[in-house]
Ligand binder design. Sequence first.
Ligand code: AMP
Length: 422
Amino acid sequence: MNYNKKTVCDIDIKGKKVLLRCDFNVPQDKVTGEITSDKRIVAALPTIRYLLDNGAAVIACSHLGKPAATFDSYVKKQVEKGKDPASVTEESWKKSLKKLTLAPIAKRLSELLGQEVIFAADVAGEDARAKAAALKGGEIMLLENTRFEKGETKNDPVFAQKLASLAEVYVSDAFGTVHRAHASTAGVAAYLPAVSGLLVAKELDVMGKALDEPKRPFVAVLGGAKVSDKIGVINNLLEKADTIIIGGGMAYTFAKAQGGEIGKSLLEADKMDYALEMIEKAKAKGVKLLLPTDTLAAKEFSADAQPATVDAMKIPEDMMGMDIGPETVKAFCAAVSGAGTIVWNGPMGVFEFPAFANGTKAMAKALAESGAVTIIGGGDSAAAAEQLGFADKITHISTGGGASLEFLEGLELPGVACLLDK
Ligand code: AMP
């Protein structure tokens, strides 16, 4: 994929109306609706400030949650949850939409920016059109939740064109959604000159460089629950990395495939052939593939289960692997310490339980102390680095979990492919 895309700095935006796709999909308190972390809003500020300071009229937009865009789709969702369709009313649908309004985000954004954020009551309807038409350079407005429109997730060209008609330029700055071909993340680019914002530009620059011209040795650390989620990533990284470290729940499928006894550990039996294939492929390509040699196991999956260190290939029948063992921690950290570039995606164990968080903690620390270019691909590993206070020692923590995984798989990201080449 070509990552060399034009950014907001490469085009003239003075006096122009700019449609800016942000990722304002923030966590909210289920009861009060209060924003519990404004990290994503804060992350969008540099691009917003750049646009405003350079005289653009900013029309920001984002999705929030997964609203049902039509009453029919709401009924379908409720029936799937086990509700009687006769009890589902239009009123409850409208109430569910109200919970996902972007109005509180407009308020928070306004506080952070120190200027008014005009809020439109619809996405590309009458209110949005009137407010966008009146918007001047240096002013900002926010559209209502893009997923309130059924054309959004379908990437409907009619809706995309309607949305695009509000503006003269499109800026993509929602890295968390660039792997989705939706109207506001990709469709609009068919009707407007499209460039990246500063956040997306940084993601493409750091991750693109790591994959295409890594400082070597290039070490990839993969963990998490399932092999099946990481097949594409392992395949692609086998072409690029010098060492691949596999920990977490996915490692047990590799152990079992090689004749190990894994007790009650996570297993994807249908991925055992694939695991063997990867081991062979790594050998053929001269890529070091490191797997756990010992495991912290327990009799039940619980926070207060008693941990025991066992051989990774001989896990007792009544036990399951919950974290990498101390010998493995040492070996994995040693492999990481001499690296030039490290990419990490997925925890080394069930880090949500403190007794089984040691492997993930040690990995976060090893990355922070490695002196290498370090990239964490969102999700749980990013949360671990943040919780442990190592985040500021990591070169780049991606803002997109799913998007960064697809990036590592070498897949084309629709929200990036649609931007103008440099
Ligand atoms: P993923 O979303 O694939 O990155 O997986 C993250 C999840 O994998 C976390 O919730 C971990 O608790 C889980 N996980 C990691 N190691 C294990 C393990 N050994 N057994 C069960 N779950 C695990």
